[in-house]
Design a protein around this ligand. Structure first.
Ligand code: IPM
Ligand code: MG
Length: 401
């Protein structure tokens, strides 16, 4: 009996190994890179998503269209609405991303994506894979970059979460070996670790930051996290001006909320699942997951999104109009930076800080105790248009120092 079970499991494991060894070979080949300065036209695809996504991504799109209106008029920038990335369409086609939708996505250079519903075992939807995870894998968006800033507390963190490996790459391919035994997999490769750790080190170097913290649990998860840690140590030798230290994920979650130590951390790099968890914690400290944006960067394509989900509960309770659009607007500013529009991005970021951290004339609470997303966007627009924006922002920041 158990021989039969083992034989069956071996077959499955063999298929997984074949696929993963193939992925490693693909990783070894250099791939096409997008150089935005060489493009005649930059195509921005917008997927609105599900739940509150339908509302907050439209708010973010309106901000982008507003600040890019001249370049849209001249044809330098083009928006493309991609309507098919909804849970209804994905469930109907039983695909995480239907083929025609993926083609549309691939025809763009960058994507702004609203949160999408991820089916869970036992809910009303077929158990298809998360659209985020599928998109990150299909477009090889290997770096998930999540900044969190709390100027009042001297916190300026940038998380580099590995985005295509770890527990996620085979997240839908674990299996029940027998009636009682379930197995999932964690995968870490030399190439996958190297590219994310190098990106974090380069970011630190280019921004005069002298410390990069590597987060693992390599004392227990010895093989996969052990490899991540070894790669970090190897690369650190190429960056003598940067102190690379390793912290375990458990104590890291504690240190993030330690007021005496937390501002010492600057750039943090980690495998996929640790990054998922740690960045929600960090975003909560900044004012909630609704305030944080996330960049999913690959060599050819990139995708920008909120760090949170589609909040079906808010929709059910009729609170979707009160959802905070700042996460998606922050993601839009990251998109602008990525395509080389730093000045416009900076303007949006300063306006977000004036509204959310300094002036706070209007607040979003996610309920009718605060303003709606639309009202908040109007407030934001008034700061984007304000010729005194930079002066006011600088004076607020100076007050903190
Ligand atoms: C995120 C989200 C996703 C993840 C979910 C929706 C699959 O939590 O982007 O952090 O786990 O990566
Ligand atoms: Mg998450």
């Amino acid at each position: 009996m158990s021989k039969k079970i083992i034989e069956k499991a071996k077959e499955k494991f063999e298929a997984i190994l074949t696929e993963q060894l193939g992925r490693v070979e693909a990783l070894k080949k250099s791939c096409e890179k997008t150089d935005f300065t060489l493009l005649d036209q930059i195509k921005i695809g917008v997927c609105w998503g599900d739940g509150i996504g339908k509302i907050i991504s439209k708010h973010a799109q309106s901000v982008l269209e507003y600040v890019l209106k001249d370049e849209v008029a001249s044809g330098k920038i083009k928006f493309k609405d991609i309507a098919g990335l909804t849970i209804e369409n994905r469930a109907k086609q039983k695909k995480a991303i239907p083929d025609d939708v993926l083609e549309e996505i691939k025809s763009c250079h960058v994507i702004l994506k609203g949160p999408t519903t991820t089916p869970q075992t036992g809910d009303e939807w077929p158990n298809i894979e998360s659209a985020n995870v599928a998109m990150r894998r299909s477009l090889d968006l290997y770096a998930n970059v999540r900044p969190v800033k709390i100027p009042q507390e001297g916190i300026d963190w940038c998380f580099f979460r590995e985005n295509t490996e770890g527990e996620y790459v085979l997240g839908s391919k674990g299996f029940d070996v027998s009636d009682d035994l379930s197995i999932d997999f964690k995968v870490i490769t030399e190439q996958g670790s190297e590219r994310i750790i190098r990106m974090a080190l380069e970011y630190a170097k280019n921004n005069d930051i002298d410390r990069v913290t590597v987060i693992t649990k390599s004392n227990v998860v010895k093989t996969t996290d052990g490899r991540f840690s070894k790669v970090a140590k190897r690369l650190a030798k190429e960056y003598p001006g940067i102190k690379v230290d390793e912290w375990y994920i458990d104590i890291m979650t504690a240190k993030l909320i330690d007021p005496a130590r937390r501002q010492e951390f600057k750039v943090m790099v980690m495998p996929n699942l640790y990054g998922d968890i740690l960045t929600d914690e960090a975003a909560q400290m900044q004012g909630g997951v609704g305030t944080a944006g996330s960049a999913n960067i690959g060599d050819k394509w990139s995708m920008f999104e909120a760090i949170h989900g589609s909040a079906p509960r808010m929709v059910k309770e009729g609170r979707d109009i009160y959802a905070d659009p700042c996460s998606m607007i922050r993601a839009s500013a990251m998109l602008l930076r990525h395509i080389g529009r730093q000045k416009i991005a900076e303007k949006i970021e300063m306006a977000l800080e004036m509204c959310g951290q300094f002036e706070k004339k209007m607040v979003i609470t996610g309920r009718d105790t605060g303003v709606t997303g639309e009202e908040y966007c109007k407030y934001l627009f008034s700061w984007i248009d304000n010729p005194e924006l930079k002066v006011c922002w600088e004076s607020e920041v100076n007050k903190l120092n």
